[in-house]
Design a protein around this ligand. Structure first.
Ligand SMILES: *Cc1c(COP(=O)(O)O)cnc(C)c1O
Length: 376
């Protein structure tokens, strides 16, 4: 059996090697490493794929979130509402900009931000909401946008985990995750659904003024060469990464289908098991399975992961610590017990290998091993 990886980038590369190698070689031949035509090409291709007016490439997903927040003239102490169950970057940029992260709990089935909890967290200082499309499924954007509209708030989507996911509105219209709020942010970290071979990220918006402002922010706050009207950052996607991303974007939907097929296999194997809850597929979003995350009940999770490791099956806990209990983010406003759903998930979830190259032999070995441990 082929060695099982959490994400098998090597097998994926071998299947697209000719195109990837050519893309990289073309950039080297042209020596247009920074802001070359490959970046522009990829940008336009992604705009078309997402159906969004502007894509602004940048250096990583964390920068994308930071630049999005810098585009608004938020003041220190302004509040930004986000979820307590996410990767640290979401809250990190809020804190870095001296804004106040206001955390809210998530829905126990989808793991995404709970709109009712957002409403309760709004104060006169609230400026923005940052929903995270966790594990590959779009957050309830219709509700989020309605709340934002009512309170005149900005919505910045953290779409680092759900690129390609469709959100389906009540009237049946569909939009791509990341293109529904005022700004969407994504990461091209290698293990993301659309990953490059290094670091990369992008920001999306349909707003011409915001796009113009964010292009200035990512380029040292420069309006005219060597004239700096704002304090900006240096955040670029390099041309080699853009060339790689172009090859992979052409396959993004096919890759999502492969991930869903692996998820279907897992779902079927674990269906009805009283100790395992398989991921809920939210009716208003297609799931692109960035992660396949199970909730355990009465299972020794640590023992399970050790058992799987002994069978050469990697498994991970996303995420072991809720945001409000992270050492750097401890805050007298919050204490253990404040976000019961998040805290419960942090104690009970685990994620199985999920990528585009899983074969039936591997999936069988994984599911049989999990069941062997939990049914013992
Ligand atoms: C990966 C990720 C980020 C950060 O992306 P980087 O490219 O690693 O900076 C932010 N938010 C979420 C939810 C992520 O999964």
């Amino acid at each position: 059996m082929k060695k099982i990886q959490m994400v098998d980038l090597r097998s994926q590369y071998l299947n697209i090697k000719t195109e990837i190698d050519k893309g990289i070689q073309d950039v080297i031949d042209a020596c247009a490493f920074i802001n070359g035509p490959a970046v522009r090409n990829f940008q336009e291709y992604l705009e078309k794929y997402l159906g969004v007016k502007h894509v602004i490439p940048c250096a990583n997903g964390t920068d994308a979130l930071q630049v999005a927040m810098m585009a608004y003239n938020f003041q220190p102490g302004d509040e930004v509402i986000t979820t307590s169950f996410t990767f640290i970057a979401t809250a990190e940029v809020i804190a870095l900009l001296k804004l106040t992260p206001v955390l809210v709990d998530v829905d126990p089935d989808t793991f995404n931000i709970d709109p009712k909890a957002i409403e309760r967290a709004i104060t006169p200082r609230t400026r923005a909401i940052v929903p995270v499309h966790l594990f590959g499924q779009t957050a309830p954007m219709e509700e989020v946008m309605e709340i934002a509209g009512k309170h005149n708030l900005v919505v910045i989507e953290d779409n680092c985990q759900a690129i390609g996911s469709d959100y389906i509105f009540s009237d049946g219209t569909r939009k791509k995750a990341g293109t529904i709020g005022h700004i969407g942010c994504t990461s091209f970290f290698p293990s993301k659904n659309l990953g490059c071979y290094g670091d990369g990220g992008a920001i999306f918006t349909n707003d011409d003024e915001l796009a113009k402002q964010m292009r200035v922010v990512v380029n040292h706050g420069m309006t005219v060469r060597y004239y700096h009207d704002y304090i900006g950052v240096n955040s670029r996607l390099d041309s080699i990464q853009a060339a790689i991303l172009k090859v992979k974007l052409a396959r993004l939907d096919e890759y999502a289908a492969k991930r869903r097929a692996a998820a279907d296999f897992y779902d079927k194997a674990f269906a009805g098991n009283p100790k395992l809850t398989t991921p809920t597929r939210y009716a208003k979003s297609t799931h692109v399975f960035h992660q396949y995350t199970l909730v355990t009940k009465n299972v020794d999770r640590k023992g399970l992961i050790e058992f799987l490791t002994s069978k050469e099956i990697p498994a991970m806990i996303y995420y072991p610590v809720p945001m409000h209990l992270q050492k750097a983010y401890l805050d007298p406003r919050y204490k253990p017990g404040d976000f019961p759903v998040t805290e419960h998930l942090c104690e009970t979830v685990f994620s199985l290998p999920m990528h585009t190259e899983l074969d039936n032999e591997q999936l069988t070995h994984i599911t049989q091993s999990v069941l062997e441990f939990v049914n013992a």
